[in-house]
Design a protein around this ligand. Structure first.
Ligand code: IFM
Length: 443
């Protein structure tokens, strides 16, 4: 079984960027050589991680990075999306930790020497714990600390990095971390969710300004995740539920960046749940982007809405991945075309797309045909969006390799490369081989 697209597809040319993606906490290990972060604390809290694991060792990428770069090269990709660990590169007093910076310089030099472009995200959820102890993303000051970190690290790495993204998925940091508490730091209140989201967006705006000054030649932007919302039926109530959910989960992060304002549902909130927005904040948040990163995995279906209440419906008989997310590729095309008609988009990268599957390694092979089918269907979906006029210029598979899947620990495997966590042996899965072959056949 192969991955293929119509030969006249724009994705079939070398102008289109193909890559693989990871994030610092999920793969690096070597936790003893950086400051503690909120995920270390969350993992150490009983009952938070499904298998009781943590990120202390993960994929031992800090020790094995040279082998991992060879692995990335062997896949024939154009680019590698990684994240920089804030607690690895900045000391508690705010100065650069040169040892941590050197790790990234060595990694990036190794990638660049093999012609692999580096797409670096500055925040993929690993907030230094000492900053959380001062209120974390509930404290406005954190946005300014982030901008300072962005300033220092982009000066240190400069144009070695092809593209900088400020944040990965601020929805997950704010909603999952501060509103429902299933991610670090595990706080749960609507007011916290909305306030942390605002400070994250402010951090993005402040940092992007600085990055553009320090690295005007890099492609600089942000990565947002979207779960398109569909009504269960075509009743007005269900349609309203889906629209409200979309505003709350998706547009909440997109609209401020593109239009400089929150969705109108903000006016329906109780005063106590409204974020504190200071004069000038929305202008700061609305920085011009060189690119928008879009992460897509699944859709969500909603039913009857009572004022702002919206209820997600479990589509019981639908095909799902091993993490329980519905496989619904046409939502990917719908998402891209609807964003394109709602906003004036910069060039779009699909910065994450992939599937957790219940992989088995047998005779050193992983026959993950289910994941391969997922990739085929989702690459088709992106191609359909391009054919409808959306300017998608790149695609990154999530993930290069199996890794620490947050609250699921190591139970869910998203890699196109299998990781044996006992031996740290990496084995390219069938999906990885198919991705490699597909990339190599571009004209
Ligand atoms: O593993 C995560 C990643 O860190 C962020 N986006 C979603 C992935 C799968 O849950």
């Amino acid at each position: 079984m192969k991955i293929s697209l119509p030969s006249n597809s724009k994705m079939h040319t070398k102008e289109f960027t193909f890559g693989v993606a990871t994030a610092s906490f999920q793969i690096e290990g070597a936790a003893d050589t950086r400051l503690p972060c909120i995920w270390d604390t969350f993992c150490a809290t009983a009952g938070k991680i499904r298998d009781g694991s943590d990120g202390k060792h993960a994929c031992e990428h800090v020790a094995l990075f040279k082998d991992d770069v060879q692995l990335i090269e062997s896949l024939g990709v154009d680019a590698y999306r990684l994240s920089i660990s804030w607690p690895r590169v900045i000391k508690q007093d705010g100065s650069l930790n040169q040892q941590g910076v050197d790790f990234y310089i060595n990694l990036i030099d190794e990638l660049n020497s093999r012609g692999i472009k580096v797409y670096a995200t500055l925040y993929h959820w690993d907030l230094p714990q000492h900053i959380e102890d001062q209120g974390g993303w509930l404290n406005r000051q954190t946005a300014y600390l982030f901008a300072d970190y962005a300033d220092k690290i982009t000066q240190a790495l400069g144009d070695k990095v092809y593209s900088y993204a400020t944040l990965n998925e601020p929805f997950c940091s704010s909603y999952l971390g501060y509103e429902v508490g299933v991610h670090a730091p595990g706080l749960a209140s609507k007011a916290f969710g909305r306030q942390s989201a605002h400070h994250l967006l402010l951090a993005h705006g402040l940092a992007l300004k600085v990055i553009q000054q320090n690295c005007p030649n890099a492609l600089n932007g942000i990565v947002l995740n979207f779960t398109p919302c569909y009504p269960l039926t075509d009743t007005d109530a269900d349609i309203k539920a889906a629209q409200t959910a979309d505003d709350y989960f998706n547009q909440w992060y997109m609209k401020p960046i593109m239009d400089g304002e929150y969705p109108a549902i903000i006016h329906d909130f109780d005063d106590a749940d409204k974020p504190d927005i200071q004069a000038g904040d929305m202008e700061i948040i609305k920085q011009p982007l060189d690119f928008l990163g879009i992460n897509f995995y699944t859709r969500a279906v909603y039913s009857t809405c009572d004022k702002n209440e919206f209820v997600q419906v479990d589509m019981k008989d639908a095909p799902k991945t091993d993490i329980g997310w519905e496989i619904y590729p046409s939502a990917f095309t719908d998402l891209l075309t609807s964003l394109n008609s709602t906003y004036t988009l910069p060039p779009v990268y699909i910065t994450e797309n992939g599937a957790a599957m219940d992989d088995k390694i047998v005779n050193n092979q992983v026959d993950d045909l289910d994941r391969l089918e997922y990739y085929q269907a989702h690459l088709n979906a992106v191609n359909n969006a391009i054919n409808q006029g959306v300017n998608v210029v790149g695609y990154f598979a999530w993930s290069l390799m199996d890794n620490f899947e947050w609250a699921e620990g190591y139970l869910k495997r998203f890699g196109i490369v299998y990781v044996d966590y006992q031996t740290q042996q990496r084995t390219i899965k069938r999906s990885g081989l198919a991705y490699r072959d597909f990339i190599s056949q571009r004209q």
